[in-house]
Design a protein around this ligand. Structure first.
Ligand SMILES: [Zn+2]
Length: 301
């Protein structure tokens, strides 16, 4: 298999990289992948992950709900209910941060198009990109959205987007620094960049260790924390202007983690851990299972 082995930290360029956790791909392949940590900056990533040309088959399951939209099973039903709530919350967050109720919005990794559709209905001029062909077809069929493939990013016009969003997408993107460079180029001078990613320093990540479902190897390549996200943004000319917890994710992630551990009553156990994680995130938002980061371009004058 064509694998990507990193010998330089994508965040700081450090070369002292150490194995930290060994994780199993529970969703698709059952294969084992190792997470490495940079000694200098603490950035964690999946080592020896399948190259872009090969990663497709690791998404090839109906269980991958962000693409296939399956409603089978209690956990997925709950996921869909939470998604409706989160769509409204995301839309409000975007409008609060952008200080307006319309403008040009680019959604990267749009999946099946729910968020793009929501924003379009609220009056935004929405463009979206997504690399998965089936997800693009779903978005077109259900919402009439014309979503472009991900490889158009370099060809999109610079400094045109008032808002750019990446909802649980950045951790999947192989070319991390190139992606950040695109974001910097595409964002309008007073624009806002909103990125949601799992938080590998969260309460539930620490509780489950290698079994934490949001490591999701090898689909998740980068395992961010509030600290590494802030530094990654700064490296590419952004200032972190806010970060917000996504405490609902802890319930879903904990239930999946319990399932992967083959514990009895994974739903009940996951609910209990999710509740504990909720309270932890209330006390200190940096403990939240996933975080939303709001970046603005650093002024060049
Ligand atoms: Zn580093």
């Amino acid at each position: 298999m064509n694998k990507v082995s990193l010998n330089v930290c994508p965040l700081c360029g450090g070369t002292q990289l150490e194995p930290t956790l060994t994780c199993v791909d529970h969703y698709v392949s059952g294969e084992v992948f190792r997470l490495y940590r940079c000694h200098d900056c603490g950035f964690v990533f999946t080592q020896d992950f399948p190259a872009e040309t090969e990663i497709g088959r690791y998404y090839d399951t109906p269980a991958y709900i962000s693409h296939s939209d399956t409603r089978k099973g209690l956990v997925n039903t709950l996921y869909h209910w939470v998604r409706a709530y989160m769509l409204r919350r995301k839309a409000r967050l975007v409008e609060d941060q952008a200080h307006c109720n319309g403008g040009r919005l680019l959604d990267i990794g749009a999946g099946t198009g729910y968020f793009a559709h929501t924003m379009q209905r609220r009056g935004w001029q929405v463009e979206a990109v997504e690399k998965n062909v089936a997800a693009r077809a779903f978005a077109e069929e259900h919402f009439g959205l014309r979503i472009q493939p991900e490889n158009v990013l370099p060809d999109l016009p610079g400094q045109q987007y008032n808002v750019i969003t990446l909802w649980h997408v950045l951790e999947h993107m192989e070319h991390l620094n190139e992606t950040w460079a695109h974001l910097r180029r595409l964002l309008a001078p007073r624009g806002v960049l909103i990125i949601a990613v799992p938080n590998s320093s969260s309460f539930d990540a620490r509780k489950y260790g290698a079994h934490w479902a949001a490591y999701d190897v090898p689909r998740h390549l980068w395992h961010f924390t509030p600290d590494t996200m802030q530094r990654m943004g700064a490296k590419h000319g952004f200032i972190l202007s806010g970060h917000y917890p996504m405490p609902f994710d802890a319930f879903y992630v904990s239930m999946l983690s319990e399932k992967y551990l083959h514990h009895s009553l994974p739903f009940v156990r996951g609910l209990m851990t999710g509740t504990a994680a909720w309270f932890k995130a209330l006390a200190r938002k940096e403990q939240s299972s996933s975080m939303i980061y709001v970046f603005r371009g650093r002024s060049t004058c």
